[in-house]
Design a protein around this ligand. Structure first.
Ligand code: UDP
Length: 491
């Protein structure tokens, strides 16, 4: 253990109420609390504490100083149904403004209790989108560090895009080179995140507020490891005066079977059925398809995905998530006999999938992903090459990193961002043949396929060593804690 001084540091973690953001924050909490003289409090709501608690409980039971602070969620005041406390459980997107309002109301609830928090928080580590935390940190005179769950590659791309006028005069489909990067990467405006490619759901005003509060943050924690994207980490550190800490891959904190299976939903009802199914398949034969926790792909597009999986002639696991349009896709499955027809080839999962457990099974050797950053890293850690099908947010940038910089994936060829909440407007953008072709390439055992697999397995090994004692992420965590300890001493 590296030497750490004796004064206690208390991190107040405030995650965004959405699984892709809360799950990695829970992992950060465990990492921090394992260090001497560090106390961690996770500020969340009762339904979320119940959901993520089973992943954390064994660590609390083993004596780690980590706990939840539950703030009652003002659902009724904001016009939401009871127990809707996470973005992925909203019954419809018309309730999104109500949800944002309820999230904003948490500020007052936290501040009413702030003075009684023991020991006094040394720092707030909050999600980039919990913008009110910037005011709270100023009010109580403590530093705020942000976490937004994305990599340094994306951070640098976004930073450079804000400084550049490369988009001037370009149409949505004109290719251009992402400015100022160590690698030459071509993209179109239609593939950029919403900061540069506006959706109707996020207003410019909201995006500006996020950006402003980001610029006043003390520093930023990244779920990545330096060896994965070293040049981008170096460049991004220059932008942030060194206050960048890569602590990942965070999913590796879940290194036993039960931690893997309860991660993200508190209970896993179908885990045994899945493992038994996988056990019967040949090693390295299965493609796993999952679009994360919050995607809302339209039924017609899901049908193309299902047909592509079938046409790949590979065993597959398909996690079907259709939000409020689940009935439509179920009708298609029944009417066409898809599930019955593919019963020897495929396993359909309708609820939460134990993703880490599935990816670590020896039968799985390909991951069709929407390129949410957690999923990408989890695939890399499992040493599984990726079929990339980005949908929204920064996912096309992640695809570029995976396919062009790291060389560990094959793109299905999605042409543009399908903004979250506006899926109907864009219709079907990827056809089943694209899906089956990309799967065949990734599962290929020829020279190209093997090289991709070799690279991703090598990265998986480096990822493991990054979080072990003495590894880059381990050292960065020490630096972060020491930095905050020093700041706290000055107050
Ligand atoms: N996840 C899971 N089971 C599911 C869907 C998602 O365990 O059925 C987890 C996944 O392992 C990852 C997170 O949820 O940790 C999704 O985060 P990501 O960044 O990939 O995508 P998002 O959900 O934010 O779009």
């Amino acid at each position: 253990m590296e030497s750490e001084s004796n004064s206690r540091v208390h991190f107040l973690l405030i995650p965004l109420l959405a699984p892709g953001h809360t799950i990695p924050m829970i992992d950060i909490a465990k990492l921090l609390a394992r260090r001497p003289n560090v106390v961690v409090t996770i500020v969340t709501t009762p339904v979320n504490a119940a959901r993520y608690g089973p992943n954390l409980q064994p660590h609390i039971d083993s004596g780690l100083p980590v706990r939840f602070m539950e703030l009652p969620f003002p659902a009724a005041e904001a016009g939401l149904p009871a127990r809707i406390e996470s973005a992925d459980s909203l019954p419809g997107l018309h309730l999104l403004p109500n949800f944002s309002l309820a999230v904003d109301m948490l500020q007052q609830r936290l501040e009413q209790r702030f003075e009684s928090i023991e020991p006094r928080p040394s720092c707030i580590l909050s999600d980039r989108y919990m913008i009110w935390t910037a005011d709270t940190a100023v009010k109580y005179g403590i530093p705020r560090i942000i976490f937004d769950g994305m990599n340094c590659f994306k951070q640098l791309c976004t930073h450079n895009m804000y400084l550049s006028n490369v988009l001037d005069g370009l149409s949505d489909s004109d290719p251009f080179i992402l400015p100022g990067l160590p690698d030459r990467i071509e993209i179109t405006k239609a593939q950029l995140p919403q900061e540069f490619n506006y959706s109707d759901l996020a207003t410019r005003d909201q995006l500006e507020r996020v950006r402003e509060t980001e610029s006043t943050a003390y520093g930023i924690v990244i779920n990545s490891f330096e060896e994965l994207e070293q040049e981008y980490v170096n460049e991004f550190k220059k932008v942030k005066n060194g206050k960048v800490w890569c602590l990942g891959p965070l999913s590796l904190t879940n290194n036993n079977e039960s931690g893997k299976s309860v991660r993200g939903n508190g209970k896993s009802t179908n885990e045994q059925r899945i493992v038994e199914w996988l056990d019967l398949k040949e090693p390295g034969s299965v493609i796993y398809a999952c679009f994360g926790s919050s995607s809302r792909v339209i039924p017609q597009q899901l049908i193309e995905l299902g047909l592509g999986l079938e046409a790949s002639n590979r065993p597959f696991i398909w996690v079907i998530r259709a939000g409020d349009r689940a009935t439509e896709i179920e009708e298609w499955i029944t009417k066409t006999g898809f599930e019955e027809r593919t019963k020897d080839q495929g396993l359909l999962i309708r609820d939460w999938a134990p993703q880490l457990l599935i990816l670590s099974h020896p039968s799985v050797s390909g991951f069709l992903t929407h390129c949410g950053w957690n999923s990408v890293l989890e695939g890399v850690c499992a040493g599984v090459p990726l079929v990339t099908w980005p949908l929204f947010a920064e996912q096309f940038l992640n695809e570029k990193l995976v396919v062009e910089v790291l060389g560990v994936g094959v793109a299905v060829g999605a042409p543009r961002v399908v903004h979250w909440g506006m899926e109907d407007k864009f219709g079907v953008t990827v056809r089943s043949e694209q899906v089956s072709n990309a799967i065949r390439k990734v599962m290929d055992v020829g020279i190209e396929g093997n090289e991709r697999r070799r690279k991703v397995k090598a990265l998986g090994r480096v990822a493991e060593s990054a979080i072990e004692e003495g590894g880059s992420s381990y050292k960065n965590l020490t630096l972060l804690i020491e930095d905050i300890r020093e700041v706290a001493k000055r107050h």
